[in-house]
Structure formats: C-alpha cells, structure tokens
Design a protein around this ligand. Structure first.
Ligand SMILES: [Zn+2]
Length: 196
C-alpha cells in the first residue's frame, strides 16, 4: 500500500479552489448562493475522486464496523466504489459498494442490492449535503432494506454546522453557505457579479 501512503496529501491540494468556488452562483434549484461545488469538474478528474475517497476512508475510525458503502447515483455511486475500495485496503474483510437510484422523487435500491445489504452495517457517502434531504432519503431506503446506517460521510457539508441526521455525519469540508431566493438575494442586492 505504498502507493496509498504517498497519496495521503493535503486536502486543499487534492481539492483545488476551482472545485469549491466562492462567489455568487445560481443553483439548479433556482436559489442563489455564495459557495458552489463544481461536481462536473470534480467527477471529471478521477485522481481527485480517488484521493478524496482515500481521505474519506482514512477518516473512518472504526473501519471494521463498515460492511457496505452506499451512495446516491450518479456521483455518490462513484464515491461509494472508491471509498469501499480504500476501506478494503485497510483490512482483510471485504466491503461491498452499491448505489441507490431515484424514481418519481423517491430513492430505491435494486432487489439484488436490497438483499446484499440486509443485516449489514452501512456507510452512506455523497458529495454534498445541501439541506440533508437526499441523505435522509438514502438512510431510510437502506434501513427499509434491513441495513443499519452507522455513519454518513460527505465531501462538503453546506449546512456549516455540526448536526446529525439519522446517523452521525462527517465531512471533509464544512462551510456555512448562504442561500437566497433569486428575487431576494443578498449578493444581488449588493451588486456582486455572477461567477467567482
Ligand atoms: Zn443573487
């Protein structure tokens, strides 16, 4: 695992400023914000995704407590694969990696995946927590399939405060982010241009 050790680098080096941007942005929800996580740039760089996943795996203290990693598709599914891979590299036992899908605004797991995580201790991973709604949906879906969520870990927690959802939540970055309706945006009101 020499390769793994060499890549335990500084987090700010792994995730450059171009990925977590500060400025004035319009989100998919229509709201405006001062912090933007450029997921497209993040997932287009496999080495960054691998290094971030290694960081997440290294933050899980009791890795033996994790038997499965679950992420929401698309991005969370990619993270799930790599985090499980690096958890696996620290021990003998295997860790499975699966992903949840969304239909009609509801998260679900395929039948095979439901069977695989029944009775297993699960780590839920995702790139961002905005309001926590996605993570809450994944936790409920896993528990409905008989899995036990022991921890949630994300790259960026936009809520900017330590608070737990259905399970303890860890994050590599925690930033208090402003979020405003477009017709009542503080950044618009003080004339800050869009972009960073
Ligand atoms: Zn604005």
């Amino acid at each position: 695992m020499q390769e793994v050790k060499e890549r335990k680098r500084n987090l700010n080096y792994i995730v450059p400023q171009e990925v977590i941007l500060k400025g004035h942005f319009s989100l998919g929800s229509g709201k405006h914000t001062n912090i933007f996580f450029n997921k497209n740039l993040f997932y287009a760089n496999p080495e960054m995704v691998c290094d971030v996943s290694l960081k997440i795996a290294s933050k899980i203290r009791n890795t033996k407590a994790i038997e499965a990693v679950v992420g929401p598709g698309m991005g969370g599914a990619i993270l799930s694969q790599w985090v499980a891979y690096y958890l696996r590299s620290t021990r003998v036992e295997s860790v499975i990696s699966i992903f949840a899908e969304k239909k009609d605004e509801l998260w679900f797991l395929k039948k095979d995946f439901r069977k695989m995580i029944n009775g297993k201790k699960v780590l839920v991973v995702d790139d961002i927590i905005n309001t926590g709604r996605t993570v809450k949906g994944i936790v409920e879906t896993v528990e409905n399939a008989g899995g036990k969520v022991v921890m949630v870990f994300v790259v960026l927690d936009r809520r900017g405060r330590k608070s737990e959802l259905a399970a303890p939540v860890g994050s590599l970055f925690m930033k208090t982010c402003g979020s405003w309706d477009s017709n009542n945006c503080f950044l618009c009101s003080v004339g800050i241009k869009f972009g960073n």
